[in-house]
Structure formats: structure tokens, C-alpha cells
Design a binder for this molecule. Structure first.
Ligand SMILES: O=C(O)CCC(=O)C(=O)O
Length: 254
């Protein structure tokens, strides 16, 4: 595990489809986000359990979540990856309570997203500890150059119904991205990633935020039930295209 964090490297991001983990949030910021997460769930962090609370798009409603989604460490790295004009378009908390048997199958994100062209950089932010035992994020470096189709996943323990064919994942190249509180890893829309079950008593609390550029058009009629989760927030630069004015939003009040 890289306790101190790496510096963000845009060269690594371009070569390997990911970079990090960097120490992007302070320990105080990570701890504050961790506590607020459990407050919204209505749970004690000392008795973390299952939840039926929806975990997407909290940045539409809660200013603290927006401030995490548009954190200067994230925006700074995104500028290096995507340029100065930046659109934040999604946020999702990834929560695995102690003993959660579900896993996230190997996948490439662009397969799920009706956006044209499919340009995205994700920041995956660990608010607590993410280690092998509680199902840390796993990625396969260099796979961002491959574009494969997903297949149906029938296993009831899979969190998604579709993912990559198992034989396409070279197990010898998998990197377990173990992270301490406040660390961030960045990855591309096509980088293979997934995660195992939580076999520990440590909750895995993390969120990912998705950034793109104003030239990208969201094909809203194809987002189906996820439509309300998608709003565009211009967090840096300007929008010279206005493709997504119908779903443009501003940060919630403090
Ligand atoms: O949190 C995980 O294990 C998976 C995250 C993921 O699939 C994503 O951020 O795109």
C-alpha cells in the first residue's frame, strides 16, 4: 500500500489509463465526508449496516457532497487530463458494509453511458480505508486502449447485470488499488476495473465523480431510469457548445 500517496502523473494516466493514489483530501476532509455519509444513511459509523438509501447524485442536494465532488485536488488533476473546460456530470457513493458478499464485476464504464463522444475521467475517492480485505478497487493498467462489449453476468452476487467476459481479464496484470482515507485514484472511461466482496468488519466508503468536457453531448433519451442522476455542472472554464443546457445545474446552496 502506498501510505504517503503518489504525485498525480498525467503521463501515467495516458500510458496506463490511471494515476494515483494521490493524497487528494486532508484527513480532516476525509473524516468529515465519512461522518456525513453515515449521517445521511441514518446510521452510526460504529454499527455500519446495509442501506436502502440511493447513493447517487448527492452533490445535487448536499453542498458538502458538491464540495467534495469539485474538490481542488480533483479539479486540478482533471485540468491536466481533460483541459481547462470541465463538466462534472455524476457522483456515486460506493459503499460496502462489513461482510457485504457482493462484488463489482470487471467492466469498462463507457459501455453504460450514452454520451457522445465517450470522453470521461473518473476520480475514485476513498473516505475510509480501502484494502484487499474490504474489497478495494482493482484495475488493469493499459486496458484503456481496448474497447470490448459487455456480456450478461448471471451470478446473483454480482452488483451489475453486465460486465466484461472473464477470459478478457489478464489476472497477472491486476493492480489492487489499496487506499488510505482521503486518497484518490483517477482512471479513464475504458480502463478495466471492478472489486471483490467485503470480507472484513471495515466498511468500505468511497465515492466516484465523473468529469467530461463541454463538447460531449449526453443522449438523455437513452439514460432511461438514470436520467435524473445526470446534471452538468461547469466547474472550470467555459462552455462554448451548449449541448447540455437542458440538464445544466448549479451547486446547491451552502
Ligand atoms: O467501487 C467500486 O468497487 C467500483 C467503482 C466503479 O465501478 C466506478 O467508479 O466506476
Amino acid at each position: 500500500m502506498i501510505i504517503a500517496g503518489n504525485p498525480f502523473s498525467v503521463e501515467q494516466y495516458r500510458e496506463e489509463g490511471y494515476s494515483g493514489p494521490i493524497q487528494g483530501l486532508s484527513l480532516e476532509e476525509a473524516d468529515d465526508g465519512y461522518n456525513r455519509f453515515f449521517e445521511v444513511l441514518g446510521q452510526s459509523k460504529y454499527a455500519a449496516g446495509t442501506t436502502n438509501v440511493g447513493l447517487s447524485a448527492w452533490h445535487h442536494r448536499y453542498r458538502w457532497a458538491y464540495d467534495l465532488a469539485a474538490h481542488p485536488s480533483i479539479v486540478g488533476a482533471m485540468r491536466q487530463i481533460l483541459g481547462n473546460d470541465l463538466v462534472l456530470w455524476a457522483m456515486h457513493f460506493w459503499y460496502k458494509e462489513p461482510g457485504n458478499a457482493k462484488y463489482i464485476p470487471w467492466h469498462q464504464d463507457y459501455n453504460y453511458w450514452p454520451m457522445n463522444p465517450a470522453i470521461n475521467a473518473t476520480a475514485w475517492v476513498s473516505l475510509g480505508w480501502s484494502v484487499r480485505e474490504n474489497g478495494c478497487l482493482r484495475i488493469v493498467p493499459g486496458t484503456h486502449r481496448e474497447h470490448l462489449e459487455h456480456v450478461t453476468v448471471t451470478d446473483s452476487l454480482s452488483s451489475f447485470k453486465e460486465g466484461l467476459p472473464a477470459e478478457k481479464v489478464d489476472e497477472s496484470r491486476i493492480v489492487d488499488v489499496e487506499m488510505t482515507p482521503g486518497q484518490i485514484v483517477f482512471f479513464n472511461e475504458a480502463t478495466f476495473h471492478g472489486s471483490e466482496r467485503n470480507q472484513s468488519h471495515i466498511p468500505r466508503v468511497a465515492f466516484s465523480v465523473r468529469y467530461t468536457t463541454p463538447e460531449v453531448k449526453f443522449v438523455m433519451e437513452d439514460w432511461g431510469g438514470n436520467k435524473n442522476r445526470i446534471r452538468t455542472f461547469l466547474v472550470s472554464g467555459e462552455d462554448r457548445y451548449h449541448h447540455n443546457d437542458a440538464i445544466a445545474a448549479v451547486a446547491p446552496e451552502r
